[in-house]
Ligand binder design. Structure first.
Ligand SMILES: Cc1ncc(COP(=O)(O)O)c(C=O)c1O
Length: 438
């Protein structure tokens, strides 16, 4: 593929944008292109870059484009509101309407607060948990990502020599500039091990305000919770008066209208949504149990944001909900069907080429790994997959016109068609053949 226009723009970008990009996640993560690409158009399931290369897109803006790019119903709804004004430093009726709809859909949502990004909404959840309990520490799990802000950006992808013992990991800072002091406010645990969790909660019961997790671990391999794990965590957190937060920034409105909590049947105290919530417009929400959420009202907890519940994003959220709920959730049935077809047929292709492949996750969000290990359930076991081989496969797929996320996760949208799946499988067959030869 020719990337010369992107290469030339990137040279210019380095003169004007810090590091040449606006988010570090936009660097070419698995060697798929020599420079971060510039795009000129997204429509439906397809993206076009400035060199005219077209991709079937399974990155979907890292999740938000659940209805595909430039979804007509959402664009129409947003454009109808443009003349109303965008921000009032005050309320508008549509935000009330969206909050009402969310409380009717999301199991844990008795009250809603809107924000503009997942990282921010996570911060609100952590503050609520601390204010509600009067305790300081937050439990987070290795390999889970909850945004880029200092107080929760640790042990996302720690190197094995820094990470400490498997059952008692040490919090590992993830970026220069992050103060050491925040590491002491977090207890890092391995995910999917209920015995370790129970012991940690017993040992630190008076210090732990909240537990935050991705209920399906989409930032590390789209791993699913072991049977009974979430139920166990739910029971133990309730017993110890600890606030359980599901970070549904990826799973929300992606794995189903009710998120992972609906799919898996476990209701947290708080949950955070963003990404697919407004199908590409910047909208996030923290939602949850009335008595915890009321800390932001009667409890005096501060939560602000100039852009919170801006008219465009709320209009997009309402239109996205309409589309996703249409015909009793047909969009999800179709995303699941097409995603599950990829999940079944990709390993079949790999088998024909004598490559070990396992797929983790669910139809709308899954990860293709090269491994024959059976028991992969957390960050450390996942780090035993052949990541270099996966990256080479994904880079090869990219050159065949199929784009997955930099972490190797595939996201489906309602805009992917059966023909897209056929084409993607044919590309995967060619990519694996080349991988094998190499
Ligand atoms: C699970 C999870 N939580 C939080 C975030 C942060 O969201 P944002 O990028 O909107 O700040 C992300 C972003 O990828 C995420 O995947």
């Amino acid at each position: 593929m020719d990337y010369s226009n992107s290469a030339s723009l990137y040279e210019q970008a380095k003169e004007h944008l810090g590091g040449g990009v606006s988010s570090n996640f936009r660097y070419a993560g698995y060697g798929e292109s020599p420079v971060p690409l510039f795009y000129s158009k997204g429509r439906g399931s397809r993206l076009t870059d400035v060199d005219g290369n077209v991709y079937i897109d399974y990155a979907l803006a890292n999740g938000p484009a659940i209805l595909g790019h430039a979804p007509p119903a959402v664009l129409e709804a947003v454009s109808r509101t443009l003349s109303m004004g965008q921000l009032f430093a005050g309320q508008h009726e549509m935000e009330l309407e969206l909050a009402r709809r969310l409380t009717g859909i999301v199991p844990c949502a008795e009250l809603v607060r809107f924000a503009s990004s997942g990282s921010e909404a996570v911060q609100a959840a952590l503050r609520l948990a601390r204010a509600h309990t009067g305790r300081r520490k937050i439990v987070k799990f290795e390999g889970h990502y909850h945004g880029w802000l200092d107080n929760i950006f640790m042990s996302v992808a720690p190197s094995p020599n820094e990470a400490g013992p498997a059952s008692a990991p040490v919090p590992v800072s993830h970026t220069p500039g992050q103060p050491e002091s925040v590491l002491g406010d977090v207890l890092v645990l391995p995910w999917n091990d209920i015995d370790v969790f129970a012991e940690a909660l017993r040992a630190h019961r008076d210090e732990i305000a909240g537990v935050i997790m991705e209920p399906i671990l989409c930032n590390t391999g789209a791993l699913r919770p072991r049977p009974g794990y979430l139920e166990g965590v739910r029971e133990l957190t309730a017993e110890h008066g600890v606030v359980l937060v599901f970070d549904e920034v990826i799973t929300g409105f992606r794995v189903g209208l009710q998120g992972a909590q609906g799919l898996l049947g476990v209701t947290p105290d708080l949950a955070v949504f963003a990404k697919a919530l407004a199908a590409g417009f910047p909208l996030a929400a923290v939602v949850g149990r009335r008595d915890v959420m009321e800390q932001v009202g009667a409890g005096g907890v501060m939560h602000g944001g100039t852009y919170n519940a801006n008219v465009m994003s709320i209009a997009a959220g309402l239109a996205a909900l309409d589309e996703l709920s249409r015909n009793d959730g047909e969009a999800y049935r179709e995303m699941n069907r097409r995603g599950e077809r990829l999940m079944a047929e990709l390993p079949a292709i790999a088998r024909r080429h004598d490559e070990p492949m396992r797929i983790f996750g669910v139809g709308p969000a899954f990860h293709v790994a090269f491994t024959d290990e059976e028991d992969i359930h957390d960050y450390r076991s996942f780090s035993r997959i052949d990541g270099a081989r996966r990256d080479r496969f994904n880079a090869r797929l990219h050159s065949e016109g199929v784009r997955v996320t930099t972490r190797g996760t595939w996201f489906l949208s309602a805009a992917h068609s059966d023909a897209d799946i056929d084409e993607s499988l044919a590309a995967a067959e060619r990519a694996i053949a080349v991988l094998k030869e190499a």
